[in-house]
Design a protein around this ligand. Structure first.
Ligand SMILES: Nc1ncnc2c1ncn2[C@@H]1O[C@H](COP(=O)(O)OP(=O)(O)OP(=O)(O)O)[C@@H](O)[C@H]1O
Length: 262
C-alpha cells in the first residue's frame, strides 16, 4: 500500500479542518485529488508528508506507520512539487543545477555532483524535451518551463510517491497541455512513482489517473475509480449546482447547467 489514511481528523482551535478521512492508495494507481479552495487538500498533503500531526486517526505511507518511524527517512521517498517550493529556489541557479539539487532535496547545490548525477539530470531534461533549458537561469524560465524543471528535480531522488500540487496554475493552454503530456509520460513509466495530482480543474484529470478523490469541506465527498467518480450526477452533488460533462480524448470538461446547447 502506498498511502493508508484511516479515520483522520484534524482540528485547529475550534475548527475541524479534516473530518474522518479514509484514503487508500495502492501500488500501480495514480490519483487526482480535487477540491474547491479551502477544502483541506494542502492540510491532507501536510499530514501525508508528516509535517502536520492529525488530531485523530492513523497514517501509513509506503508501509511506514507514522509515529513509529523516522519521518525524515520516509520523506526521502516522497517528492512534493508545489508553488511554495518554486518560491524558495535560488533564482540565479541554472536549470541543470536546480534539477541536480533534487538528489538531496536541498535548496541550492551545496555538494559536488558526481558524473552519474549530471548524467541522470541531463537524461531527465532530455526525456522531457528540456535539453535547451539546461544552462538557462531558473529565473529566466517561463512558468511552464519552471514547473517542468521542478518535476525533473523531484525525479532526481527517484521518489516512490510524487505529489504534484496544482502544477498547471498560471499556465496558458499550450504550456498546460505540454506539462500534462510530461506528467502522462511519468505516469506511464513502468517503475515510475505513484502520482498524486492536486487540482481544482476536472479537465486536468488525464486518463492515466486511475482514481479520483473529491474533497469537500474537509470530508471525502467521493473516492473511487475516475470513471465512477466523474459522472454528471456525482459532480452535481459535489459542486452543489447542476453540471454537465463533455468528454474528449479520455478527459472530462465540466460546465454549469443541465446540458450542452450548441
Ligand atoms: N495551520 C492552520 N491553522 C488554522 N487553520 C488552517 C491551518 N491550515 C489551514 N487552515 C484552514 O483550513 C482550511 C483548509 O485549508 P487548506 O489550505 O488545506 O485548503 P486547500 O484545499 O488546500 O485550499 P486551496 O485550494 O485554496 O489551496 C482553510 O479554511 C484554512 O484556512
Amino acid at each position: 500500500m502506498i498511502i493508508d489514511v484511516r479515520k483522520v481528523t484534524w482540528q485547529r482551535d475550534e475548527t475541524t479542518i479534516l473530518r474522518d478521512i479514509a484514503w487508500q492508495v495502492q501500488d500501480k494507481e495514480h490519483w487526482c485529488l480535487v477540491g474547491l479552495n479551502g477544502s483541506g487538500k494542502t492540510s491532507l498533503l501536510n499530514i501525508i508528508c508528516g509535517y502536520v500531526w492529525p488530531t485523530k486517526g492513523e497514517v501509513s505511507v509506503l508501509g511506514n506507520l507514522y509515529g513509529t518511524v523516522d519521518l525524515r527517512e520516509v520523506r526521502k521517498s516522497i517528492g512534493w512539487v508545489s508553488t511554495a517550493l518554486m518560491a524558495q529556489l535560488h533564482e540565479h541557479e541554472t536549470a541543470l543545477r536546480v534539477v541536480l539539487s533534487g538528489r538531496e532535496a536541498t535548496i541550492g547545490l551545496y555538494w559536488v555532483p558526481e558524473e552519474a548525477d549530471v548524467e541522470k539530470a541531463s537524461h531527465l531534461l532530455d526525456t522531457f524535451g528540456c535539453r535547451a533549458l539546461k544552462n538557462r537561469r531558473f529565473a529566466a524560465l517561463s512558468q511552464g518551463e519552471r514547473q517542468k524543471i521542478l518535476i525533473a528535480r523531484a525525479l532526481m531522488a527517484s521518489p516512490r510517491l510524487l505529489i504534484l500540487d496544482e502544477p498547471c496554475t498560471g499556465l496558458d493552454l499550450l504550456s498546460r497541455e505540454q506539462l500534462l503530456a510530461m506528467i502522462e509520460q511519468i505516469a506511464k513509466q513502468p517503475n515510475g512513482p505513484t502520482l498524486i495530482y492536486v487540482t481544482h480543474h476536472i479537465e486536468e484529470i488525464l486518463p492515466c489517473f486511475t482514481h479520483t478523490l473529491l474533497l469537500k469541506a474537509g470530508e471525502v465527498d467521493q473516492a473511487g475509480t475516475t470513471d465512477e467518480v466523474l459522472t454528471a450526477e456525482r459532480l452535481t452533488s459535489f459542486f452543489g449546482v447542476p453540471v454537465y460533462i463533455q468528454r474528449s480524448q479520455g478527459r472530462s470538461w465540466v460546465s454549469l447547467g443541465e446540458e450542452a446547447t450548441v
